[in-house]
Design a protein around this ligand. Sequence first.
Ligand SMILES: *Cc1c(COP(=O)(O)O)cnc(C)c1O
Length: 473
Amino acid sequence: MNATDYPATTASAAPGAGALEENLWPATAALDPDGVLRVGGVRVDTLAARFGTPAYILDEDDFRARCAAWRRSFADCDVYYAGKAFLCRAVARWVAEEGLHLDVCTGGELAVARSVAFPPERLLFHGNNKSVAELRAALAYGVGRIVVDSFAEIDRLGALAAEAGVRQRVLIRVTPGVEAHTHHYVSTGQEDQKFGFSLAGGAAAEAVERVLVAPGLQLVGLHAHIGSQIFDTAGFGLAAHRMVGLLARVRDTHDLELPELDLGGGLGIAYTGEDAPLDVDDVAERLLAVVGKECAAAGLAVPRLAVEPGRAIAGPTTVTLYEVGTVKELPGLRTFVSVDGGMSDNIRTALYDARYTARLVSRPGAATPGVVTIVGRHCESGDVVAHDVPLPVDVRPGDLVAVPASGAYHRSMASNYNHVARPPVVAVRDGAARVIVRRETEEDLLRLDTDPAAEPTPTVAPGTAAASSAQAR
Ligand SMILES: *Cc1c(COP(=O)(O)O)cnc(C)c1O
C-alpha cells in the first residue's frame, strides 16, 4: 500500500485515557488510575520490569473461561481446542482440565500433548501430509481419531494400523464447496485447495468406500473446516447442510449411519473495534438447529457433533507488550513508532494484511491523539505491527504499548528472522505471573548452528541487551 494512503495526523478516538474497548482486551484487563494496564491483576509495568519486552501476556482465567463457555454452548458435543493457534504444556493442561479435547496437526504438537499425558482418546490428528513417523507416533499413543486427507494416506494409514494390530478410528476430511468470507490464505472450504476430498467432485464418496474396505481403519464420521476468522453463520450452516447430505448418501449407498460429524473451527474474533464477532451460543444454536433439521428431513439419527475452535479461545486472551524505541515523524506523511518486536512475533500483518489496534499502557499520555504506524525492528519495510493506530501525540521512547488479540497465530507462527529471539509467554492470574514459555536467548539461537570451527559460545557480558533478556527469564 502507498505511504500516502494513510493520513498523518487525523484524530479519532481519545487514545490515552478512557475505558478499554469491549471484546478486544482480555477479560481481566483494566486500567489503573495512573493509566497503567493491569491483566490478571498484574500491572504491565511490573511485567515489563520482571520479564522484559516484548512479551506475550496471557490471561489464564480468560482462556479457561472461554474453554468453559464453548463446552457449555456445545453441550453434548466434543469441543476440540485447535492447538495450532497456540500450544504449550501449560495450555495443553488447561485444555484437559477444562474438559476439552485437543486437535493436533503435527508430530510436534502431538509431542506436547504426550508430554503432559493428554488423554489420547481425546486427541484428533489433522494434516494433509502427515509423515509415516507421525502416523506411527499417533497410533502408538492411541490417538482417538485421525482425519484422513488423501487416498495415499488412506492406504498408508490402513497399512500401518494393520501392521500395528489396531483398528484406528478415522474421519474423512471433506471440502464442502463453501466460500467462507475470509482471507483466501485461511479459507479452506472451497474446492480448489490442498485440503481434503471434494464433495461435489465425488472424491469424498470414493474416500468413504476406500476407508470402509481398508483393513486397519474404522470409519466413524466426516469432517469439514471451511476457514478461519469467519463472522457470518451462513457458511457454517451451508457446510452443515451439505455434510448431512453426504451422511445420507453414505447411508443410502452403504447402509451405514456414520455416528460423528466434525464441523471444524473458524469463528472470528475482534482485532480492532470494527470487528463484530459472533456469539458462541448463537453459533452453537444455529449449527445444532441446521444439523437437527437436516437429519430429520433425511431420516438420520443426529450424529455426535464436534467443533474445533482455535482462535476464538486463544486469540482474545493475550496482549503483546512492546517497548517503544524510536519515534520518527515524516512531516506530511506519517509517524512511525518503532517497537522492540515486529514480524518475528506477529507475522499476521505482513501475511494477511491483518488489522490491529494498540494502546499506550504505561501512562495516560497527552490528551491529543495522533495516528501512527507501529513498526517492528526487522529489516523489511513490510515489518508493520499495526497500521493507523491512534496513540497520544507525546508517545516516546520507553513507553509501553500493548497490542490486544494476539493469543492465536502469534507465538505459534513466531520466527527467528534476523536472529531475533522469540518472546516469552507469561501467564497471569489472580495477581501472580509465571512464565509458561521462556524467552529465547542468544545461546538458544546459536544452539542449532554446528559450525565445527566455531569457538564455544562466548558468555555474554553483563549489561548487554542479550544479558538483560536472558535475566528476564
Ligand atoms: C486451523 C484449524 C482449526 C482452527 O481454526 P480457528 O480459525 O483458529 O478456529 C480447526 N480445524 C482445522 C482442521 C484447522 O485447520
